[in-house]
Design a protein around this ligand. Structure first.
Ligand SMILES: Cc1cc2nc3c(=O)[nH]c(=O)nc-3n(C[C@H](O)[C@H](O)[C@H](O)COP(=O)(O)OP(=O)(O)OC[C@H]3O[C@@H](n4cnc5c(N)ncnc54)[C@H](O)[C@@H]3O)c2cc1C
Length: 385
């Protein structure tokens, strides 16, 4: 049963926090390429990043629907939830597959904000989307795993205490299926950096605190293995639906921001003695962007409802991500166009949000890979890769 009043209250309270961090806060961080430390701190301490953690571990025990509303509101306010969203879905790997001891040790501190689990290390430079081919290895030696290899585009590692890391523990040549032999380790970044792990920041077109990681004989205690050795790929896949739904909601938040800004500008800006929004050439693209965001929003709530009911939602979660990412990108383009030359001026924040929302066509999963999921798993077409 959807609790509409809880959702409204959630929206209001997240908005109240976001109002303290206006456009100028995000613009300045974008210029200086800094992490929104103060914002993430306040959001964590207020409990919004731990809503998915069950009450017994100090969280709010809410569903993905509520989590998605929080991220939507953050992006809708002009902020960028990319700075902190991973805590919501990486935590799920620990919650679903971690031992009771691991959950008791980490979840309460993640819930109260004293520990950050914001980093998720999967992508590698030479294998990209073909995850099962990843080359970072962990070899068991006594009570330790020794990790060697490289990861790329791993975000927030410099601002996180813990990282969920996917590694190969059994060589590809020794497994029956390529998805076997991968394992998930919980890496304590506070101990790892300088002791086998080197972090190198990557500058990107938006402020995303993403990095490259180099592992050289990094030792990770075997007690930090999550679940069973060799089953890590399945554990990562288990978290994908949550990730898709949460990212879709950020896109929807972005889309609403773009439509609101475009509408307001189109009403105010007078050229040829009339508001530009009176011209259908300006008005219709904004209307179309609005329609597409509303449609994506329905698919997001449909996917979230199935997820919260414990039902299969892979198709809906993927469709929500694709529709929402396309809709936010369309809205971004329309908003920029509506602003004319001012769309390119930093002080309007349109160009910043435009750069930020573009990411979701590629990460955490590209549009092509979602289409191939639909082709293969929904339509029964031949596997394309
Ligand atoms: C800012 C940023 C932050 C990121 N943060 C993280 C993070 O925290 N953790 C993490 O693990 N990863 C992270 N990533 C990585 C991200 O998930 C990958 O970039 C994404 O999954 C695509 O992988 P790739 O870049 O290797 O592209 P590739 O796999 O090299 O693909 C390149 C292009 O080819 C297309 N393509 C590839 N194969 C096929 C195919 N079979 N059919 C059709 N098209 C295909 C893709 O769709 C893509 O457009 C981040 C990336 C960025 C840019």
């Amino acid at each position: 049963m959807v609790d509409k009043s809880l959702h409204e209250e959630l929206r209001r309270s997240v908005r109240r926090i976001c109002q303290k961090y206006p456009d100028s806060y995000w613009r300045t961080l974008d210029e200086t390429n800094e992490y929104p430390e103060k914002f993430v701190d306040e959001l964590t301490k207020s409990g919004y990043l731990s809503v998915l953690i069950p009450e017994e571990f100090g969280g709010a025990g809410l569903g993905i629907t509520e989590a998605s509303i929080i991220l939507e509101e953050i992006n809708r306010s002009g902020a960028n939830a990319g700075a902190c969203h991973a805590q919501m879905y990486t935590m799920g790997t620990l919650l679903r597959h971690g031992s009771q001891e691991q959950k008791n040790k980490y979840l309460p501190s993640i819930a109260d904000g004293s520990l950050r689990l914001q980093a998720f290390g999967v992508t590698e430079p030479t294998t990209g989307t073909d995850t099962t081919q990843l080359k970072t290895t962990a070899v068991r030696k006594g009570d330790k795993y020794v990790v060697n290899g490289q990861k790329v585009f791993i975000s927030r590692t410099e601002h996180s205490d813990l990282m969920i890391l996917l590694v190969r523990t059994t060589p590809l040549s020794e497994v029956k299926k390529r998805s076997e032999g991968l394992s998930v380790l919980l890496v304590d970044l506070r101990e790892a950096v300088g002791n086998g792990l080197t972090i190198r920041p990557i500058r990107t077109m938006m402020n995303h605190a993403t990095t490259e990681l180099f592992f050289e004989d990094l030792e990770v205690p075997t007690q930090n293995l999550i679940g069973e050795e060799g089953k890590g790929f399945k554990y990562i896949l288990d978290g994908m639906n949550a990730e898709r739904i949460l990212i879709a909601s950020e896109c929807i938040g972005d889309g609403k921001w773009f439509v609101e800004r475009a509408t307001s500008y189109a009403n105010d800006r007078v050229v040829f003695n009339r508001p530009i929004g009176k011209n259908q050439g300006v008005q219709f693209p904004i209307s179309r962007a609005y329609v597409n965001i509303e449609a994506a929003d329905l698919m997001r709530f449909r996917a979230a409802e199935l997820f919260d009911a414990g039902e299969k939602c892979g198709t809906e979660a993927n469709m929500a991500k694709l529709l929402a990412a396309d809709a936010s990108w369309e809205a971004a383009n329309v908003c920029l166009q509506t602003h004319g030359g001012f769309g390119f001026a930093e002080e309007y924040d349109v160009e910043r949000k435009f750069r930020e929302t573009r990411l979701y066509q590629v990460a955490p999963i590209s549009t092509n890979l979602i289409l191939s999921y639909i082709g293969e798993h929904v339509l029964g077409l031949p596997r394309s890769y």
